[in-house]
Design a protein around this ligand. Structure first.
Ligand SMILES: [Fe+2]
Length: 390
C-alpha cells in the first residue's frame, strides 16, 4: 500500500526560519529530532534552558562513568570490564602494560580499538603495526591479534556484534573529505613481524557467542609471509581526521561520523573553530535525539560543552530526555572567550537501548543528572545582539 509521510514543515509562534541560527531574542533552542539528526525534526524556542530541571527519579537519567577508576591492569582481554552493551555493540575498557603471550580472536564481530593512552606494537594475522594514543584500529571479525605495549596502554574496545565497520557516505563533500582512504594504514609483513615468528607453543583464545574456546598450536600461527586482498585491519589516528565545519552554522554530531557499525555509529569530535557568524549557535544545541542512546568518551583536551568532565570519563544520555550544554559552557558561548574547541572525544550513538555492564555501576558519578543545575536564579542569556526572527 502506498504511504504518505506525516512530516512536513510548519511554523508556529516565534521561531527562526533557519535552525541553529538567529534565535528569537532571549530564547533557548531545542531540537526534537528523529533518526539521529537525519530524520524529521522540529526546532523549538524556549524561555528557559530545557535542562533546568530540579530533580530526577526513576531509572531513566543521564549517567556519567569515571573509567579512570577501573584500575585493573594486565587482565585477560576477554575479562576487560563491560561498560555498556546491547545486541549490536559492546563497549569495554582494557588496560594492558605487559606483552601478551597469547592471541585473541573475536568471532562475534569486528572490534574497534580506540587507544586512549599508551603506545606499542600490534601483531595480527596480517602483519605488524605500531599504535599510539588517538589511534583507531579496526580488527575485522576473527582476526588473531596481540599487543606488546611500550608504555602502559588503556583502550576502548567497541565490538560491532555480528557486523562489520564501514565508512560513512560523504555525499556532496566527496569521499576524500575528513580523511582520504589512502591514509588508512594496514599491517606490514616486516622485519618485526618476521622476528616474532617462532616454533614455540601458542594459544589462541576465541570468543564466539560470548563463550571462550582455546586453540593450542605448536608454533606461532602469525606466520604469514604475505597476503593480497581487500580485507584487512586498518589504523587511523584522530590527528589525520579533518573535521567538517561551517562558520555560519553549527553542524549536527552526525557530520562528525567516523565509523558506521550495525545499528550504531562512532563519531569523533576534534578541535575546530567556533562558528563566527553573530547569529550562529556556538555550542551544541539542546536536543532530544529521540531514537538513539548517546555515549561520549572524553579522550583529551577541554570539553567545551561539559562542566566538570575530565579525560577518561564517559557520559551516557539514553533516549528519552532533553540534553545540551552545561551552564558554564553555555555562558562561555555567550561570552565568546575562545576561538576554537580543544576537545577530542569519541561518540557512540546506538539505535537500540543500551544496558549498563556490571563494571559501570561501580564507577558511576550519581549526581551527574544534577550537573545542569544553575543555582537559585534561572539562567538567562546575557544581553548580546540576536537577530530576532520575523
Ligand atoms: Fe545528544
Amino acid at each position: 500500500m502506498a504511504t504518505r509521510d506525516l512530516s512536513f514543515p510548519r511554523i508556529e509562534g516565534q521561531a527562526s526560519r533557519q535552525a541553529h541560527c538567529d534565535l528569537p531574542e532571549g530564547t533557548f533552542e531545542r531540537e526534537l529530532g528523529r533518526e539521529g539528526f537525519f530524520g524529521p525534526a522540529t526546532q523549538m524556542y524556549h524561555s528557559h534552558p530545557p535542562t533546568g530541571w530540579l530533580d530526577w527519579s526513576g531509572p531513566l537519567r543521564p549517567r556519567c562513568f569515571d573509567l579512570n577508576k577501573l584500575g585493573d591492569t594486565d587482565i585477560f582481554f576477554w575479562d576487560a570490564p563491560l561498560i555498556l552493551h546491547n545486541a549490536s555493540v559492546r563497549v569495554r575498557q582494557w588496560r594492558c602494560n605487559t606483552n601478551m603471550d597469547h592471541l585473541v580472536r573475536n568471532a562475534d564481530g569486528d572490534d574497534l580499538l580506540f587507544i586512549h593512552q599508551g603506545g606499542g606494537e600490534v601483531y595480527c594475522d596480517y602483519g605488524h603495526m605500531d599504535y599510539a594514543a588517538g589511534d583507531y584500529i579496526v580488527l575485522p571479525r576473527s582476526t588473531m591479534w596481540r599487543i606488546e605495549p611500550a608504555t602502559p596502554t588503556t583502550l576502548l574496545a567497541i565490538e560491532c556484534t555480528s557486523g562489520a565497520y564501514r565508512l560513512p557516505e560523504r555525499g556532496l563533500v566527496g569521499h576524500q573529505a575528513q580523511f582520504d582512504r589512502a591514509i588508512l594504514d594496514t599491517p606490514k609483513i616486516d622485519a618485526a613481524f618476521r622476528a616474532q615468528q617462532d616454533e614455540n607453543e601458542w594459544r589462541v583464545h576465541i570468543k564466539r557467542r560470548n563463550q571462550l574456546s582455546s586453540v593450542h598450536y605448536p608454533f606461532n600461527p602469525l606466520d604469514a609471509v604475505g597476503w593480497q586482498g581487500e580485507l584487512s585491519p586498518v589504523r587511523i589516528n584522530v590527528k589525520d581526521i579533518r573535521p567538517l565545519t561551517s562558520h555560519r552554522y553549527h553542524l549536527p554530531p552526525s557530520a562528525h561520523t567516523t565509523w558506521v557499525g550495525n545499528r550504531f555509529v562512532v563519531c569523533t569530535f576534534l578541535p575546530r573553530p567556533f562558528e563566527s557568524d553573530p547569529g550562529a549557535l556556538k555550542v551544541p544545541y539542546f536536543h532530544n535525539n529521540d531514537d538513539y542512546d548517546e555515549v561520549l568518551f572524553y579522550h583529551a583536551g577541554d570539553f567545551f560543552s561539559r562542566d566538570n568532565i575530565d579525560a577518561g570519563m564517559m557520559t551516557w544520555h539514553p533516549c528519552g530526555f532533553t540534553h545540551g550544554p552545561h551552564p558554564k559552557a553555555l555562558q562561555h558561548m555567550f561570552e565568546q572567550k575562545k576561538p576554537m574547541t580543544d576537545e577530542v572525544a569519541v561518540m557512540l550513538d546506538t539505535r537500540d537501548p543500551l544496558d549498563m555492564g556490571e563494571a559501570a555501576a561501580e564507577i558511576e558519578w550519581p549526581a551527574y543528572a544534577q550537573s545542569w543545575r544553575t543555582g537559585e536564579e534561572p539562567m538567562r542569556p546575557p544581553e548580546i545582539p540576536h537577530k530576532a526572527a520575523e
